[in-house]
Design a protein around this ligand. Structure first.
Ligand SMILES: NC(=O)c1ccc[n+]([C@@H]2O[C@H](COP(=O)([O-])OP(=O)(O)OC[C@H]3O[C@@H](n4cnc5c(N)ncnc54)[C@H](O)[C@@H]3O)[C@@H](O)[C@H]2O)c1
Ligand SMILES: [Zn+2]
Ligand SMILES: [Zn+2]
Length: 366
């Protein structure tokens, strides 16, 4: 029987989010219903609400979550009811041209649930990143459930998006190596995860850049060796100065704006790497001198979800977290309820939080 549960939707561009009844179908073939225990508020949820991703309103928001599998549909063998899982938005297909080339982290045909969650009047919801997890129970493709050791859902759920994206932007896409110099522009949840990742793999100089002093304080906590407030000083000059006049080996842009992308472009060393993990809105443009693109060499890369493979990376990072070697819990600024998502967007906008995490009442009793 389909279940009716509470979930948070964005009904129209810019309109405040609403907590409404959502109908969740029983899992069909290849699908699973998951009791959501916790879901972080990511900037991408706000991008959806602002119409910056696409206009397929209404959206069921939330996509950075952990919970317990309640039921699986026919043919599902990898997860079973009772499994503690982190939800991912890269359920690798195994058959697309990226997968067939042995690069499944680029998978171009990732799986989502086939059936749709709806409002009680039948209106079909678009789940954010094919997940939709500001909700008591959600329907996903079984491949979107990555089984991990049991841990604090509020902390490890963050691996489902922002922390994985930031960590992977530095470590997977940027290939940060021991001894490298790294600069990270934008120190929200994503940027700080890039900093924590760079620290973990042994980068020696880690420069954090932000316009907000509170974020820079956080960045020092996660491993930045130097901080630059780019409202007060020129970020490019400061990064060069801190890297022997050369620029950083890897610069991670975790804002998604033309001016910060340009800073990243000019703040890297010759043959260095720029990684764009911040998501720009469709109206943004950059203009760069072509001779500089050539003359500086190296690589200009984008990082989708930190080039992660959930099956490889989530259990590894949960293990490092359980060993006290990767401070996932420090990304959690506050724990809130399903009714507090709009207020969390405002706090995010004001720069007051790294991650607000929605904890779902009843979510732990599955
Ligand atoms: N590529 C991916 O797979 C992926 C995944 C998750 C999130 N994202 C994107 O990453 C970006 C960051 O996400 P978040 O959740 O950390 O957001 P956030 O709002 O928590 O953090 C953004 C940070 O950038 C800082 N900032 C804003 N303008 C700046 C400027 N001009 N110079 C320097 N710093 C500036 C802010 O002060 C803030 O600390 C967003 O664009 C988000 O959509 C990408
Ligand atoms: Zn594929
Ligand atoms: Zn996200």
């Amino acid at each position: 029987m389909p279940q009716t549960v509470k979930g948070v939707i964005a009904r129209a561009k810019g309109a405040p989010v609403e907590l409404v009844d959502v109908v969740v179908p029983d899992p069909g073939p290849g699908e699973a219903v998951v009791v959501v225990q916790a879901c972080g508020v990511c900037h991408t949820d706000l991008h959806y609400r602002e119409g910056g991703i696409n206009d397929q309103f209404p959206f069921l928001l939330g996509h950075e979550a952990a919970g317990v599998v309640e039921a699986v549909g026919p043919g599902v063998t990898d997860v079973a009811p009772g499994d503690f899982v982190i939800l991912n938005w890269r359920a690798v297909c195994g058959n697309c041209r990226a997968c067939l080339k042995g690069k499944p982290w680029y998978c171009f045909a990732t799986h989502n649930a086939t059936q749709k969650m709806t409002l009680t009047d039948g209106t079909v919801l678009s789940p954010a990143l094919g997940i939709g997890a500001f909700i008591e129970k959600t329907l996903v493709a079984a491949g979107q459930c990555t089984k991990v050791s049991e841990a604090d859902a509020g902390a490890v759920g963050l691996l489902g998006c922002g922390v994985m994206a930031g960590f992977g932007a530095a470590v997977n896409t940027g290939g940060v190596h021991r001894g490298d110099s790294v600069a990270v522009i934008g120190c929200g949840g994503v940027g700080n995860a890039a900093i924590a990742g760079a620290k973990l793999v042994g980068a020696t100089t880690i420069v954090a850049v932000d316009v907000d002093e509170r974020k820079l304080e956080g960045a020092r906590h996660f491993g930045a060796t130097h901080t630059v407030n780019s409202r007060e000083r020129d970020a490019v000059e400061a990064i060069r100065e801190l890297t022997g006049g050369h620029g950083a080996d890897v610069v991670v842009e975790a804002v998604g704006r033309p001016e910060t992308y340009e800073q990243a472009f000019y703040a890297r060393d010759l043959a260095g790497t720029v990684v764009l993990v911040g998501v720009p809105t469709p109206d943004k443009q950059v203009t760069l001198p072509m001779i500089e693109i050539f003359g500086r060499g190296g690589a200009l890369k984008s990082s989708w979800y930190g080039d992660c493979l959930p099956s490889r990376d989530f259990p590894m990072l949960v293990e490092l977290y359980r060993q006290g070697r990767f401070p996932l819990e420090d990304f959690v600024s506050e724990r809130i309820g399903l009714g507090d998502v709009e207020a969390a967007f405002e706090k995010m906008h004001r720069g007051e939080v790294l991650r607000s995490v929605v904890e779902i009442a009843g979510g732990t009793s599955a």
